[in-house]
Design a protein around this ligand. Sequence first.
Ligand SMILES: O=C(O)CCC(=O)C(=O)O
Length: 269
Amino acid sequence: MDTVAPARWSARIGERLDEDGYVRLPGALDPSLVEDLRDAVDAVWSRERAGTTTAALHLLAFLREDRRFVRLLDHRPVIDVVAEALGPNIFMYHAHLDVHPPEEEPVPAWMWHQDGGIQNRDLETSPRPRMSVKVAYFLTDVSTPGRGNFVVLPGSHLRDRIERPASGTDLPGAIPILAEPGDAVVFDRRLWHMRSPNRSAVTRKALFLAYTYRWVRPRDDLRLPAAFVDGMTPVQRQLAGVDAGDPFPLWMPDRSALPLRDLLGNEPG
Ligand SMILES: O=C(O)CCC(=O)C(=O)O
């Protein structure tokens, strides 16, 4: 069971991430926000691909493309779940916008991976530390298999390696996440996962935001327009990493202001 209903999120989330390496958050975005974000994605897709609706798009650091994406930085209660996993001394170090139209091409040989790239070589413990979690927001209906679903191997976040089958990409125990528009999945970067091919008639649209400790360096060059930054709350500035001129507070959060800590710590009961 990978699902936690919104009313029960905070009570069970830590357990799910620890045990399964991911947790599905149904209804994380309300329908009007989904529509808004989908419009924003469509505008970016059309710009980037000159209106070609058969062309896939994988765009890093997409928040600068449209002000409407900025609200995802600290979207609640998803950010509460992220902070429950990592604590409040975090920022978004990496993000991508993905559009995957129906595809007929053969599947690439091997798409299974853990996130973190070079961290998986540089960190020598086993299992390696969590370091970051990523949030996947689904904006279109991927509630049936075959739609380019996000596929995970539950519990595999504690395994540094997985056995590669002689052929194909099917792994015993792997499951496709069946998500409705507005659902989110928070996953541990160590979880072995992949995107499956989209063999349906429905174009898949999804947004990914990855958070890590503020003392880790950004992976993407966010380059947010000044007007976006001007309109941000202190929490959004922390999470966008635009408050990070002086590195001291990143290493000494207990001696420095930390807007996300204030936000989450000052909740009534
Ligand atoms: O698009 C997907 O379903 C998978 C995304 C992925 O592999 C990643 O974010 O690292």
